[in-house]
Design a protein around this ligand. Structure first.
Ligand SMILES: Cc1ncc(COP(=O)(O)O)c(C=O)c1O
Length: 452
């Protein structure tokens, strides 16, 4: 029996409805925010709305405008905003108890069990889960400690174009200079290798990337301590929804095996069904040594981070990795119920089908303009890459598309080394009708800004 209502019943509507934006109440809150909130606030600069209520794949602002949400709180709300099945469980849990550090609870152990069941490859039912702090960055920190502890080495290897978070260790692995410049020195002996793309216009060959990675391990004059692990996004998110060639992850698996290093796959943005599989690693038939999770893991946006790793690496003693907020039970119930909802409503297959439909719509436009060089992704993790007439990355086009989409009621976001990729990560509960209406609005914006 299906758990919770069908996806068609989760939303305000299938179509957006937008009058004046930003409306007077949004403006008032945006102004108030500007006065007292941090200058680091970023999202409202590009999408100036103040939220009132959100359901499924739709959000309503304080002036009553309704938007189709194609970025899902930046990849968090896979089962939609305020999914009633998830919220019901979370509410019940909130009224019972919330914070348990790491004392056992049914919810904690049930979530661990489910994660072990849906884990990629040979991690299935042969893994352990460690909770630490509540963010993705915290999960990455846990994985760094796991790799160091199990190898006795401190070197780190990640990839150009990567994003792994903002705490010191995670920031070391993150490649984007904008996030790290001025904050060094970070962790020592960290290197970033080229990340190849499966797309024709990718600038790095898979063999070259693997060879460069191998040299960092095996060249005695490689310049850095041999890495304890390889941290990789199975599909790069912030870096521009870059899907690597099919053989890349297996190549990394072999290098890690040959050098007694851990392969840590960062599934923080790609996990919990986003790409049409539970984890993007499943697309590549590779078993990582560890995967990091957060974002959609809390079900309805409750913060929870976790690192799942093969049980052979469970070498920590008591208190080996800790954190006050490692037992947020409502978030654990949220994650458990989100997994149940995805399963019982067939949302992995749904994400695969809708993703193919959406990519097809953008490919049709790409065929008519030289300003789109690539449409890519898996499931509901989609990137559309723009260039200018000279073939250079064009952030301006993406900004203009985003602005027109906002005016017409669809919220979208960007990505990419040059922010020239339109990134679409709607909730997996998006209906077919919403996908069609959203695609119409996005395609119209693309046509308008590229003049096709
Ligand atoms: C792949 C990936 N890893 C790590 C992180 C960091 O997660 P958080 O922002 O929760 O610290 C993100 C956030 O966008 C991410 O996309």
């Amino acid at each position: 029996m299906a758990t919770g209502p069908p996806i068609e019943e989760l939303h305000f509507d299938n179509a957006p409805s937008v009058n004046t934006i930003p409306g007077p109440d949004s403006k008032r809150l945006l102004e108030r925010q500007q006065e007292i909130d941090s200058s680091a606030v970023a999202y409202p600069e590009r999408i100036p709305i103040a939220l009132d209520e959100a359901r499924g794949a739709t959000v309503r602002d304080v002036d009553g405008n309704t938007f189709l949400d194609f970025f899902a709180g930046i990849g968090v709300l896979n089962v939609g905003h305020s999914n009633p099945y998830v919220v019901e469980g979370v509410k019940e849990q909130l009224e019972t108890y919330t914070h348990t550090i790491d004392f056992p609870t049914e919810a904690r152990l049930d979530l661990i069990d489910r994660l072990r069941e849906i884990a990629p490859g040979n991690l299935q039912n042969a893994s352990k889960v460690v909770f630490g702090g509540p963010t993705g960055s915290d999960a990455i920190e846990g994985s760094i400690k796991l790799a160091k502890h199990n190898t006795g080495r401190h070197g780190l290897l990640a990839f150009e174009g990567s994003y792994h978070g903002t705490t010191a260790g995670a920031l070391t692995l993150t490649a984007g200079k904008q996030y790290k410049e001025g904050y060094g020195p970070l962790l020592p002996d960290a290197v970033h290798m080229p990340y190849p793309s499966a797309s024709e216009n990718g600038d790095v060959d898979c063999d070259q990337a693997l060879e460069a990675t191998k040299r960092k391990f095996e060249n005695p004059y490689g310049g850095h301590e041999t890495p304890a692990g390889i941290w990789v996004e199975p599909i790069q998110g912030e870096g521009g929804v870059v899907v690597p060639p099919a053989e890349f992850l297996q190549g990394l698996r072999d290098i890690a095996d040959d050098n007694d290093a851990l392969l840590i796959v960062d599934e923080i943005q790609t996990g919990i069904g986003r790409t049409g599989e539970w984890f993007a690693s499943d697309h590549f038939d590779v078993t990582p040594d560890a995967i990091t999770m957060a974002k959609a893991l809390g079900g309805t946006g409750l913060p929870i981070g976790a690192t799942l790793y093969h049980e052979k690496f469970d070498t920590w003693g008591s208190g080996g990795h800790v954190g006050t907020f490692r037992g947020n039970v409502p978030a654990m119930v949220g994650g458990l119920r989100a997994i149940e909802y995805i399963e019982s409503h067939g949302l992995l297959a749904h994400a695969t089908e809708l993703g193919a439909y959406l990519r097809n719509r953008f490919e049709e436009i790409a065929a008519t303009t030289s300003e789109i060089v690539d449409v890519r992704g898996k499931g509901l993790f989609i990137g559309v890459e723009f260039v200018d007439e000279a073939g250079n990355p064009d952030k301006g086009l993406v900004t203009a598309v985003q602005e027109q989409c906002y005016e017409n009621g669809v919220l979208v976001w960007n990505a990419g080394r040059y922010k020239s990729v339109l990134r679409l990560i709607p909730p997996l509960v998006l209906t077919e009708k919403q996908a069609e209406i959203g695609a119409d609005i996005i395609c119209e914006a693309i046509e308008d800004v590229t003049g096709t």
